[in-house]
Design a protein around this ligand. Structure first.
Ligand SMILES: [Zn+2]
Length: 274
């Protein structure tokens, strides 16, 4: 799977994004099939004047490990630099952790390399910046919603590593998951939102409130029940004699956006604004 939606999903979540050249096609030797998100630290000291010291290594790899080494590098200011939309050598072999089974971490997990020194290994000691933490929470919540997974699918490398990795340093991973769950607005247990009916067949679910993004799913034969979490103004769509610029963000059967023009009920649904 190519996660070409990553930039759109992060921007929609309020995360600052830089699409590094070639990120859509950059890949290591394998196929990504993600079910969760893995947090790392790079062990490189970052600063306001040198906010992304490990970006080149993350893109190009090391002598002993070909790049890409992450899907996104998170710089000192919390900006997400997109490095790969495909398979990346960031997680190696994973042991079971929470709901993530043992297997290839590179296949199962989307990896953020958060650029800070961590415990330093005898050198510079540095904690994750609050900007990095906040952006990583938003990005993780948005990506897990996109994958249709709950916050328990956010893990730290030290929880899955079979080789004694310690990253990400200075982060309580249970607190991180609780913070992600709060952002996702649900602690799990069934789809969140209010059920509505899509009356038109073959409606696409989009990564943003626009018809331009690559669909994250297709609802197939109508009628279909979707769970609407909120609605937001987006691209105007005309179909079946109706015109509407409102889009519903749904949690199920796919996480994404559906134009309200395809949903039974009033033009503006009785749901919260996104
Ligand atoms: Zn790591």
């Amino acid at each position: 799977m190519r996660i070409s939606w990553l930039g759109d999903v992060l921007r929609a979540a309020g995360v600052q994004v830089v699409e590094e050249p070639g990120w859509l096609t950059r890949t290591a030797n394998g196929t990504l099939d993600p079910i969760g998100v893995l947090w790392h630290h790079t062990a490189a000291p970052s600063s306001a004047s040198n906010p992304s010291p490990a970006l080149g290594v993350c893109i190009n790899g090391r002598a002993d490990l070909p790049g890409p080494l992450c899907h996104a590098l998170v710089d000192y200011f919390g900006v997400f630099h997109l490095v790969s939309a495909n398979y990346a050598n960031h997680a190696g072999t994973a042991r079971a952790s929470g709901p993530v089974p043992a297997g290839s971490g590179n296949v199962m997990l989307i990896g953020w390399e958060i650029d800070y020194a961590g415990d330093g290994g005898g050198g510079v000691v540095q904690q994750m910046t609050s900007a990095q933490y906040d952006a990583s929470l938003k990005a993780t919540a948005a990506v897990l919603r996109q994958l249709g997974r709950d916050a328990s699918y956010a893990r730290g490398h030290r929880e899955t590593s079979t080789t004694g990795k310690i990253d990400p340093s200075f982060i309580d991973l249970d607190t991180m998951r609780a913070d992600v769950a709060r952002l996702m607005g649900s602690s799990g247990g069934g789809p969140s939102g209010t059920p509505f009916t899509v009356y038109s067949s073959n409606v696409n679910v989009r990564p943003t409130p626009s018809t331009s993004g690559t669909p994250v799913g297709n609802l197939g034969t109508a009628p279909r029940t979707v769970y609407v979490e909120c609605q937001v103004a987006g691209q105007t769509v005309t179909a079946n004699g109706y015109t509407n610029d409102l889009w519903s963000r749904i949690s199920s059967p796919y996480a994404g956006y559906v134009s309200n023009v395809f949903i039974q009920g009033p033009a503006s649904l009785p749901v919260p604004s996104c």
